[in-house]
Design a protein around this ligand. Structure first.
Ligand code: GLU
Length: 506
């Protein structure tokens, strides 16, 4: 094990500067899987050194998203354990000591170059077809001149001096194998604004060392930081961790995942009605597969099966349809009682339902009509849509007609393709009269079906001629759960009202 560690310790180190998106969640998951499999620890460290961009609410979102996904960490803010919180903003003194050490050793120097000067240097290098890097202007400044510039109030940053002659920097990556970086292409880089304001590459190195991180598992957008971090480890005499850079997440056409999709916050998926177990399963397959065709894995199964050797080098394809398919699979695994509980908030949010009463005596009301609706009815509605739902929010589209006062009926859709307007009107009248004669107490799906089918035969009509306009009358839709079930759930009175209203549109 690296770093003299006898235990696997990994970390996720998000910056609370924006929403927690799928790429972040995938990094958290792979760290969690690796740690669990290796019986190690997974740490959450909030990298909030950037005062201006870091926001407490983003930290809250990170914690909330991980909790919702069920991805547990062992140390860090809100871990529930004795360790942490780990927030870089609370560790300034620690970084300062190491910055002072490097300064005293002459490894770091003050750089007074202005943004404009740096930009001009970069442009001329690009023009001369040279790789852009800092030319070292301030490296040559004498201690006296440096002191004078500071006294004069000139702004500076701390730059780490890279030894060009040190030879290639080798990174051994658990996923990509060995990579080499030329120090001459890196150039002296900024590691702090001042002694109390370290920047990412520096703080990360100090923390990974002090927190005894054995493996750094992160997105491959950080590859270019790795040689810099290794140089800092060398300068500070830290044994570096091992690295594993996870493949980039790509669109199905293999282009880089657009910002729009990638930046969708994890909690947005919750709002859209995705189940955490489906999202975790989906994220697990973004770059990893234990071999074979299996696609359904619980978090625990992935923790059991995860091996870094099975993580792909190539891009991981983000296929929205696969996520929807997986979500549908997990929805189907839910029992109706649980699924009803899960659907209710979406119906409430859409304004179709209002919850009242206490937790032990919940009551439901349909705001559009003011009627009460029983829990049993809600379960019947959900049961009928169970197979068709891909997200929890689908319940709103699929079953909205149960909660609307009046349906919009498109007369074009109402007509069965083989029937005229008059025939459709006749079919609806026959259906109405048949259902009208039924007792309320008999108004069950089975009995409705039986009576309507007998009427169809007796009248010499076809199933389509009656059942198609009946469905459209009751739902306003071309496709829905079976019309007998819908009628039974709506009840006799509403069913008859809806048939008459539809009849009137013809
Ligand atoms: N704060 C960095 C980020 O949010 C962490 C990168 C790392 O894991 O080293 O991208």
């Amino acid at each position: 094990m690296k770093g003299g560690q006898d235990m696997v310790r990994v970390r996720m180190a998000p910056s609370p500067t924006g929403f927690f998106h799928l790429g972040n969640a995938r990094t958290a998951l792979f760290n969690n899987l690796f740690a669990k499999k290796q019986k190690g620890a997974f740490i959450l460290r909030i990298e909030d050194t950037d005062n201006e961009r870091s926001k407490k609410e983003y930290e809250t979102v990170i914690i909330e998203a991980l909790r919702w996904l069920g991805i547990r960490y062992d140390e860090g803010p809100d871990s529930g354990g004795p360790y942490g919180p780990y927030r870089q903003s609370e560790r300034t003194k620690i970084y300062r000591a190491y910055l002072e050490q490097l300064t005293a050793e002459g490894r770091v120097y003050h750089c007074f170059c202005t943004k404009e000067e740096l930009e001009a240097e970069r442009e001329s290098q690009l023009l001369a077809k040279q790789p852009p890097r800092y030319g070292g202007t301030c490296k040559k400044i004498s201690p006296e001149e440096c002191a004078a510039q500071k006294t004069a109030g000139k702004e500076s940053v701390l730059r780490f001096g890279v030894d060009d002659a040190r030879g290639k920097i080798q990174v051994i990556d658990m996923i990509r194998g060995s990579m080499e970086f030329d120090p001459r292409l890196i150039g002296d880089f900024v590691i702090a604004k001042d002694l109390d304001t370290p920047l990412y590459n520096f703080a990360v190195v100090v923390d990974d060392f002090l927190m005894k991180i054995s493996h750094v598992i992160r997105g491959d957008d950080h590859i270019s930081n790795t040689p810099k971090q290794l140089l800092l480890c060398e300068a500070l005499d830290f044994d570096p961790p091992l690295f594993a850079h996870l493949p980039m997440i790509l669109n199905t056409d293999k282009t880089k995942l657009s910002k729009r999709e990638n930046e969708v916050s994890v909690l947005e998926y919750r709002a859209l009605g995705y189940l955490p177990e489906a999202l975790v399963n989906f994220l697990g397959l973004l770059g990893w597969n234990p071999g074979g065709d299996r696609e359904i894995f619980s978090l625990e199964e992935m923790q059991e099966l995860f091996h870094m050797d099975d993580v792909h080098k190539g891009g991981a394809v983000f296929d929205m349809r696969k996520l929807q398919w997986l979500n549908g699979m997990y929805i189907r695994k839910k029992d109706v009682v649980t699924l009803t509980d899960m659907c209710i908030p979406y119906l409430c949010e859409a304004g179709y339902l209002a919850e009242e009463g206490s937790e032990s005596a919940r009551e439901y009301r349909i705001p559009a009509t003011g009627e009460r609706v029983s829990r049993q009815t809600l379960e019947n509605i959900v049961r009928g849509e169970h197979e068709r739902m891909k997200t929890l929010k689908d319940i709103v589209q699929l079953a909205g007609y149960f909660f609307q006062k009046e349906l919009f009926i498109d007369a074009e859709i109402l007509q069965w393709k083989e029937c005229s307007r008059a025939e459709t009107a006749h079919a609806l009248t026959c259906a109405h009269d048949t259902l009208f004669r039924m007792q309320k107490s008999d108004f069950t799906s089975l009995q409705i079906e039986k009576n309507l089918k007998e009427m169809i035969v007796a009248q010499g009509l076809s199933n389509g001629a009656v059942l198609w306009p009946l469905r459209v009358s009751l739902t306003g839709l071309r496709a829905s759960q079976g019309p007998f079930d819908v009628a039974a759930i709506l009840g006799k009175e509403k069913t008859l009202q809806r048939i008459l209203a539809a009849h009137d549109t013809l």
